[in-house]
Design a protein around this ligand. Structure first.
Ligand code: ZN
Length: 295
């Protein structure tokens, strides 16, 4: 029997395997080839499934050839890796991305009014189906800013579990990024410990047991708290700052006396070290063979 969409989709296969195994998948936010290669090599070294994420910024800055390179690099890895477009806020970017070799796209329509959001996301899910692409959507408002995502200046808007259930069933999205006190960028004093509402996360999963949950704003990573979100059903974790801090730290320390080749090698090595830690934290090391064979 030929498997049908979304079962044939690479991101879906990876995250479904994580759901079955009750672990998470790191989604590494990359801005250049060093990040992409460092993430892939780390995953290969750990025999782990993983995801590479690109912001719309890079789609524009580097152009479609960069997306093709990223996709080929992911798909030719020795372990299952998919390519994802993170935080696609502009409608025209979503349409553009649907023509590129992404395995999945996050439609960030959270700043629109809810009915608009329903309509737009439903339409995108239908188009994505014809392209074998799966869709993540954000509900509520994951406050704060990260590179490529505008900083919002509004009170945190939490995801209502009932609304999330309705949204998932009405739009047909494959992955949900809930807002339960997680924010992008620096936390106010007290950090994630103070702001994350794990009860809310649990209730979202209880009302939508089929939903694959995505964690944004995981930095700073607090191991115990992180593990709790995985226990509550988080299967994809977006990682950005922890990797770039390590990569840039190496460059800062060596830029005045090292050739480009050495900077690239050392930068990627630093990135890999951190990526390996993230893979271990997610619990997906050694899990590559959990993912169904991908054609
Ligand atoms: Zn995010």
């Amino acid at each position: 029997m030929v498997a049908e969409y979304p079962a044939t989709n690479r991101t879906f296969q990876i995250l479904q395997a994580a759901e079955r195994g009750k672990y998470a998948i790191p989604a590494f936010n990359c801005y250049n080839a060093d990040g992409i290669l460092g993430s892939i090599w780390a995953a290969e070294k750990m025999n782990a499934p993983a995801m590479i994420e690109i912001f719309p910024f890079s789609m524009h800055f580097h152009g479609p050839e960069f997306i093709k390179f990223a996709s080929e690099a992911c798909h030719n890895a020795k372990v299952p890796i998919s390519l994802h477009l993170d935080h696609c806020t502009e409608k025209e970017d979503v349409y553009k991305a649907l023509e590129l070799p992404f395995d999945s796209i996050m439609v960030d329509a959270s700043s629109q009014d809810p009915e608009e959001n329903f309509k737009f996301v439903s339409e995108i899910v239908q188009i994505a189906k014809t392209k074998n692409i799966t869709i993540e959507a954000e509900l509520g408002r994951i406050q704060g800013g990260e590179d490529g995502v505008p900083t919002v200046d509004m009170e945190a808007l939490y995801t209502e579990p009932e609304f999330a259930a309705e949204f998932i069933s009405r739009t047909g999205i494959h992955y949900l990024a809930p807002s339960f006190g997680n924010i992008h960028g620096p936390y106010p004093p007290g950090g994630p410990m103070k702001y994350w509402q794990l009860d809310r996360l649990a209730e979202i999963k209880r009302l939508s047991p089929e939903a694959i949950l995505v964690l944004h704003g995981a930095f700073p990573i607090i191991h115990d708290l992180f593990q709790k979100t995985v226990e509550l059903g988080v299967r994809k974790v977006n990682l950005n700052k922890n990797l770039h801090d390590k990569y840039l730290e190496f460059w800062k320390d060596h830029v005045s006396n090292t050739e480009m080749t050495g900077l690239q090698r050392g930068g990627i090595a630093a990135w890999m070290e951190e990526a390996i830690e993230s893979i271990k934290l997610c619990g997906c090391n050694g899990k590559a063979s959990d993912v169904n064979s991908i054609n």
